[in-house]
Design a protein around this ligand. Structure first.
Ligand code: GLN
Length: 504
């Protein structure tokens, strides 16, 4: 049996044996189609002309990304009977590269959540358990994709990261999660949560598999108006890849920034240890460490939870049971009372967290509140971007260099750095019983708090990765986050490679 076929059979066996983790909503393996595709890939490999390094490998797609062969539910009752007539661009790109989409992953409904518990299909369980055998959160909202990768139900998986939904589950499940710069990967066919923040992210057990996928997806797509044009891409390429990264790093050791605002008192000791050991490791490799300040970080979380729900409330308005989504109007439908249909469809179709976001968003966009909430949050977003620009050595390639005839200087007087290293999440995964069910004692606000370290990079559109680092002395695992300047995705992945899966 070929190694590809063996790998695929192992993945399918794992999909069958890990069903209790609830990582996948639907799978292709029951149809047996995957087998033919892998045999074709095998033939291509034998002839020395594989489509790519993903040719013949099983991938899993978060269930808010459209696939033609499997339903796309967004883990919502409003959509649970829906199959897209087309593939999202990212899915098509993977299939063109020979990858076989073998399942759709469970998530927080429409991507809203931090623990993958807000799902119409029930919560995702982490494969790790606590010392007293309690089930743990897999992180969210792409928890199903993360667990599928961590338990080898697939080679790699796609998630979406609006405010941390790829990085947080990666940290909780001990794998690599990468959110590229905003606008590099197509969002066409990705169900929108908050357009100005949404990115497609990639999970892998190794950085190399994440890079394989990124190389395939990092292309212009004219169907996504926020996707960077070929011109802009080559400008960014000129800035960051000449001279090539490897020579840049051998002649110039990296300057690594340690954002002081991330050193909060609530940081779990295991996370703090993983962070400081990672920094030590980089120091031993000859790189230098510099404290930096990102003062607006403290406001970023509040700004995010105004902006993301505002965009969500407008995006989700279309699920009215007429043009989009399931209708729960049933026999009660009365054309004279169209609003009744609307209220009932949304009341029954959408889960409580989604409704909370819609209410929050509609409020912050309302005439009386927009100045104090939405507009203020946009201002904070600009300040967060400014903080990062003041701190990175490289200029933001999309920011104007000259304004009204004058040069613009974004730099501050503090040390400037190539890259930043900080924690992904403040703590290790909480027990599921504290999040759902009768014993649940955590408020929605507690879940929002988990995103405190991931949302700043999202607001600024920056590339960021979470990698698993094990503290050798206690054997505890934590996610360490690497954040780079806009467009410097290759450097983020390079540093991720230097730290990922290390025992330090
Ligand atoms: N937890 C964040 C939220 O609920 C992030 C979600 C995401 O990145 N999709 O909005």
């Amino acid at each position: 049996m070929s190694s590809l076929l063996r790998e695929a059979e192992r993945c399918i066996a794992n999909q069958n044996s890990y069903t209790a983790l609830n990582a996948l909503i639907s799978t292709l393996h029951s149809s047996g189609q995957w087998l033919d595709r892998i045999k074709e890939a095998d033939t291509r490999r034998a002839q020395g002309r594989p489509e790519s390094r993903l040719d013949g490998r099983l991938v899993v797609i978060k269930d808010n990304i459209c696939t033609r062969e499997l339903p796309t539910t967004c883990a919502s009752r409003a959509l649970d009977k829906f199959t897209s007539p087309f593939n999202a661009t990212v899915v098509q790109q993977l299939e063109d590269a020979g990858a076989v989409v073998s399942g759709k992953a469970n998530l927080d409904e429409f991507g809203m959540g931090s623990h993958s518990v807000n799902s119409h299909f029930g919560p995702v369980k982490n494969m790790y358990r606590s010392r007293n055998a309690e089930d743990l959160s897999a992180g969210g909202s792409s928890g199903g994709s993360a667990v599928a990768v961590a338990t080898e139900q697939c080679y790699t998986a796609l998630g979406t990261d609006t405010g941390g939904s790829v990085r947080l589950p990666a940290a909780y499940t001990g794998i690599v999660g990468f959110k590229p710069s905003y606008g590099l990967i197509s969002r066409w066919g990705v169900v929108a949560y908050a357009n100005s923040l949404d990115t497609v992210g990639i999970f892998g057990r190794e950085v190399s598999s994440v890079r394989d996928v990124f190389d395939i997806l990092n292309q212009h797509d004219p169907r996504d108006p926020t996707n960077l044009s070929p011109d802009t891409r080559s400008r960014i390429g000129d800035q960051f890849t000449s001279p090539p990264l490897a020579s840049r790093m051998t002649t110039n050791p990296l300057k690594i920034g340690v954002p002081l605002e991330y050193n909060i008192s609530e940081l779990a000791p295991s996370v703090r240890r993983a962070w400081s050991r990672s920094l030590n490791h980089m120091l031993q490799q000859g790189h230098s460490i510099h404290p930096v300040s990102l003062p607006t970080t403290q406001l970023a979380l509040s700004a995010y939870y105004v902006l993301a729900p505002a965009e969500a409330s407008s995006n989700l308005a279309k699920y009215d049971g007429v043009r989009y989504g399931n209708s729960f109007g049933g026999d009660h439908y009365d054309p004279q009372m169209n609003s009744y249909l609307y209220a009932r469809t949304r009341g029954e179709g959408l889960g409580s967290e989604v409704k909370r976001r819609i209410l929050l968003g509609a409020f912050s966009l309302s005439a009386g509140a927009i100045d104090n909430y939405f507009i203020q949050a946009q201002r904070i977003r600009r300040l967060v971007q400014r903080d990062f620009n003041a701190t990175f050595l490289a200029n933001h390639p999309l920011m104007p260099r000259r304004l009204n005839g004058d040069d613009v200087n974004y730099k501050s007087s503090q040390a400037q750095v190539d890259i930043m290293i900080c924690p992904t999440a403040p703590s290790s995964p909480p027990a599921l019983s504290s999040l759902v069910g009768e014993g649940a004692n955590r408020s929605p606000l507690d879940a929002y708090m988990n995103d405190v370290f991931t949302v700043p990079a999202s607001l600024a559109g920056l590339p960021a990765a979470s990698v698993p680092v094990t503290d050798e002395s206690t054997d505890s695992l934590a996610g360490v986050q690497i954040i780079g300047q806009y467009g410097d995705d290759a450097l983020v992945l390079k540093v991720a490679e230097m730290l990922s899966n290390k025992r330090l």
